[in-house]
Write a protein that binds this ligand. Structure first.
Ligand code: GDP
Length: 463
């Protein structure tokens, strides 16, 4: 990534396409100067006469020919009180493809450089306005699938997670200071004086890390969706079920281009839980998921899933395929639907309870819209049960953060082991320091350029 912070960067910050307005944004030392070269105001000659942070009306002209490109509103925002902490200019023009592109070309020809994906936010980070966890929350916020996921990313953007990490790191710093002091005085046999206190502190740190880690599974689901597979042999009612869920709860459909056929991801919003139904196109287009793609493939999908909804038709005899599905879901998080319960039943719940003792089993008639509510209630119960309060707790949503927490937990456990074994303090110090550093990678206090590049390249251009 080109990362010269002295460059002035520019990008189209709105989605391209037919729209009411489009926004071209600039950030950097020369933003205002560059904008002045292409802006002619109605009342002001140049932006220098316009007020900071106020919209000014005028036109953008081609810097070479002077020809009008579009009628615009423009605002400049002087550093440091801006998103990037640099001079920022935003040009609000008519939406659509041509106007925004021509304005972008005009600012590029006047000396701005096209921004890399996420470069505005990266500058906000490098200039100290946001820490890394907050910067990552920006992209989560943009991609949020439900109100709840928006809420957790907003809390992260406001620094909820960062503060918790900072508090833990401060505890570790106190331990390091303590160790250093003890090492300095070690000749006067004060060395073992500190072990007990160190142990207490280390256990507190471990507790705090574990508390955060406990939120990570649900956090990941809020951010990425609950990967759900609807499993069942042909004709049991899978697509009817899917359509019924979608009809009431459809949240967002995103196309992921670049694959052989575009994969369609559909998100369903079950009371704030984003359910991502895996390969729904597959379910709808191929008559039989188990038969067409084979048992192995079905197993693979099941392994990737957070939740399986297994559908059986209890108005018919169970077949080998049904029993195979029962085997597949035995050790998985699964909800069992006994469908077509409006018809005379060949099996009852008891029969399935014996085969699948720990699963929730629900009678449904999708045709008559019976039992789908119970299914949704069960999904909510699975997600919200436990001791985590999504509303008020800091929730870890990001896999990168989770991995750093796991590393930090290992470090502190090693530290505790060392303390209990009375190993020399400088050995313990190594673990404490590693723990402090691993947590620092979450907030971005200790983080390499390669990790930064990876994080910000995941952003869209213009953010
Ligand atoms: P899939 O192959 O598993 O996706 O099954 P479909 O959803 O296509 O359903 C197969 C057939 O069963 C269709 O004719 C549905 O109308 C019917 N069907 C689905 N659910 C029920 C139900 O609860 N009761 C009855 N009687 N028929 C149903």
């Amino acid at each position: 990534m080109v990362n010269d912070m002295s460059d002035t960067i520019a990008a189209i910050s709105t989605a391209i396409g037919e729209a009411g307005i489009g926004i071209v944004r600039l950030s950097g030392r020369d933003s205002i100067e560059i904008a002045n070269r292409i802006f002619i105001g109605n009342k002001v000659k140049s932006l220098d006469e316009a007020e900071n942070r106020k919209l000014t009306y005028g036109h953008i002209v081609d810097p070479e020919t002077g020809q009008i490109i579009d009628e615009v509103l423009i605002a400049y925002m002087k550093e440091p009180y801006t998103y990037t902490r640099e001079n920022v200019v935003e040009i609000y023009c008519h939406g659509g493809v041509i106007s925004v592109k021509r304005i972008l070309e005009a600012v590029l020809s006047c000396g701005a450089r096209l921004a890399e994906p996420g470069e505005f936010t990266k500058r906000a980070f490098l200039n100290g306005r946001l820490d890394l966890a907050q910067s990552e929350a920006v992209i989560d916020l943009i991609r949020a699938k439900t109100d709840k996921s928006l809420q957790v990313s907003l809390s992260q953007l406001e620094g909820g997670l960062s503060k918790r990490i900072r508090d833990i790191r401060n505890m570790l710093l106190e331990m390091l200071a303590h160790i250093n002091a003890s090492i300095d005085f070690s000749e006067d046999d004060v060395e073992d004086m500190g072990y007990e206190e160190l142990e207490n502190k280390a256990r507190l740190v471990k507790d705090e890390i574990e508390k955060l880690l406990r939120t990570a599974d649900r956090g990941k689901i809020l951010r990425d969706g609950l990967n759900t597979v609807i499993l069942g042999k042909p004709n049991v009612g899978k697509s009817s079920l899917l359509n019924s869920i979608l009809r009431e709860n459809r949240a967002i459909v995103t196309n992921i281009p670049g694959t052989t056929r575009d994969i369609i991801e559909e998100y369903v919003n079950i009371d704030g839980i984003p359910l991502k139904i895996i390969d729904t196109a597959g379910i709808r287009n191929t008559e039989d998921i188990v038969e067409k793609i084979g048992v192995d493939k079905a197993k693979e999908m099941v392994n990737k899933a957070d939740l399986i909804i297994a559908v059986f038709d209890i108005s018919n005899e169970l077949s080998d395929e049904d029993y195979e599905i029962i085997e597949i879901i035995k050790d998985k998080q699964a909800i069992v639907l006994l469908n077509k319960s409006d018809l005379p039943k060949k099996y009852d719940k008891d029969y399935f309870e014996k085969l699948l003792p720990d699963k929730t089993i629900i009678y449904t008639s999708i045709l008559e819209d019976i039992g789908v509510d119970a299914l949704e209630e069960e999904i909510k119960r699975l997600f919200y049960s436990g001791d985590i309060d999504i509303e008020s707790d800091v929730v870890v949503t990001n896999m990168r953060h989770k991995n750093q927490l796991i590393k930090a937990k290992k470090n502190i456990e090693d530290g505790i082991e060392g303390i209990l074994a009375n190993v020399p303090l400088d050995c313990i110090e190594v673990d404490i320091k590693a723990c402090w550093e691993n947590l620092g990678e979450i907030s971005g206090d200790t983080v390499g350029e390669d990790i930064l590049d990876r994080i910000f390249s995941d952003f869209c251009i213009g953010k």
